[in-house]
Design a protein around this ligand. Structure first.
Ligand SMILES: NC(=O)c1ccc[n+]([C@@H]2O[C@H](COP(=O)([O-])OP(=O)(O)OC[C@H]3O[C@@H](n4cnc5c(N)ncnc54)[C@H](OP(=O)(O)O)[C@@H]3O)[C@@H](O)[C@H]2O)c1
Length: 253
C-alpha cells in the first residue's frame, strides 16, 4: 500500500527520542520530510543525523512549554521545505505519583507543558494546514483507563483527548484531521525509567508483560508505523478517534 507520504512535510515535537523519533523514522522511510524538535540541542542534532541529514530532516531546539514554539515549527517547515502537511505532538511524560501525592507545582508545570503546550501546538498547526492535513497527539491509555501511580497523566490525558475531538470537529469541514494515539507500554527511555523506578526493573517488566495480551512490551517502530499511517493520506477518512497501540492491554472494547 502506498501511504502517499512522498515529499509531504510534517513537524514533530518531542522527537529527539522515544515515540516522536520512532514516528519520524517511519515518515522519512516512506519519503516524507520532517522538522523534528526537542529541548536539548545535542539530542536534536544526533537525531537529525540518525534520520539521514538535512535533505529530508531539519532539527529545531524548542521546548513545548514556550508559547513561540508552534509558530517556529510552522515557519521552519515552510522556509525549509515549502509546505506543511501535519504534525505529531509528543512531549516528555509527567512526573510519577498518585493524584494525591504530586504537588501543586508539579500539576502546574505539567499543565503548562503536557496540556497547554500540546493544545497550543495542535491549534496553531491545525490553522496552518490545508485540506489533507493531519495532526496526531501522543497521549496514553490513561485516556480510557487510569494508570496506577500516574495521577497527572490520569488527570490531563483524557482532557487532551477531548481537545483533540473538539479540534477534529472544528477543522474537519476543511479536510483537516486530528487523532489521538494511546500508547500502552512501548520500550522507550520513558518506559525504562518507569520500570527502574519500581526498584526491580526485571520484575516490573515481567508483571507488565503478564497484563498485555500480546505478552510483551511494544517496540517503538510498532508505534511509529501506526502514527505514520494515521498522519498519511492513506488514513484520509479517520479523524476524531483515539487509537490504542497497546498490545491489547486496554480492557474496554
Ligand atoms: N513509551 C510509552 O510506553 C508511553 C506510554 C504511554 C504514554 N507515553 C507518553 O508518550 C509521550 C512520549 O513518550 P516517550 O516514551 O517517547 O518518552 P521519552 O522516551 O522520554 O522521549 C521524550 C521526548 O520528548 C522530548 N521532550 C521532553 N520534554 C519536552 C518538552 N518540554 N518540549 C519538547 N520536547 C520535550 C525529549 O527530548 P529532550 O529531552 O531533548 O527535550 C524526547 O525526545 C510521553 O508524554 C509519555 O508519557 C509513553
Amino acid at each position: 500500500m502506498d501511504l502517499g507520504l512522498a515529499d509531504r512535510v510534517y513537524v514533530l515535537t518531542g522527537a529527539s527520542g522515544g515515540l516522536g523519533f520512532a514516528t519520524a523514522e517511519q515518515l522519512v522511510a516512506d519519503g516524507a520530510r520532517v522538522v523534528i524538535s526537542s529541548r536539548v540541542p545535542e539530542r536534536v542534532a544526533a537525531a537529525v543525523e540518525a534520520l539521514g541529514g538535512p535533505e529530508r530532516v531539519i532539527g529545531l531546539t524548542a521546548d513545548l512549554t514556550d508559547a513561540g514554539t508552534p509558530e517556529r515549527l510552522v515557519a521552519a517547515a515552510r522556509e525549509q521545505f515549502g509546505r506543511l502537511d501535519g504534525a505529531l505532538i509528543s512531549v516528555g511524560g509527567p512526573p510519577r505519583g498518585t493524584a494525591a501525592q504530586v504537588t501543586d507545582e508539579q500539576w502546574r508545570e505539567s499543565f503548562e507543558t503536557v496540556f497547554l503546550g500540546s493544545v497550543r501546538t495542535a491549534r496553531t498547526v491545525a490553522a496552518a494546514l490545508a485540506d489533507g492535513g493531519a495532526i496526531g497527539l501522543v497521549l496514553s491509555t490513561s485516556v480510557r483507563s487510569p494508570l496506577p501511580g500516574l495521577g497527572i497523566s490520569n488527570g490531563l490525558r483524557p482532557g487532551l483527548a477531548g481537545v483533540a475531538k473538539d479540534l477534529a470537529d472544528e477543522h474537519g469541514p476543511r479536510g483537516v484531521r486530528v487523532v489521538s494515539l494511546l500508547p500502552g507500554r512501548i520500550m522507550t527511555d520513558r518506559n525504562r525509567e518507569l520500570l527502574a523506578a519500581s526498584g526491580d526493573a526485571e520484575r516490573a517488566r515481567a508483571e507488565a508483560e503478564a497484563s498485555i495480551p500480546l505478552g510483551r512490551i511494544g517496540d517503538p517502530a510498532e508505534f511509529g508505523r501506526v502514527a505514520a499511517f494515521l498522519l498519511s493520506p492513506a488514513a484520509g477518512y479517520v479523524t476524531g478517534v483515539t487509537v490504542p497501540v497497546d498490545g491489547g492491554a486496554l480492557r474496554g472494547l
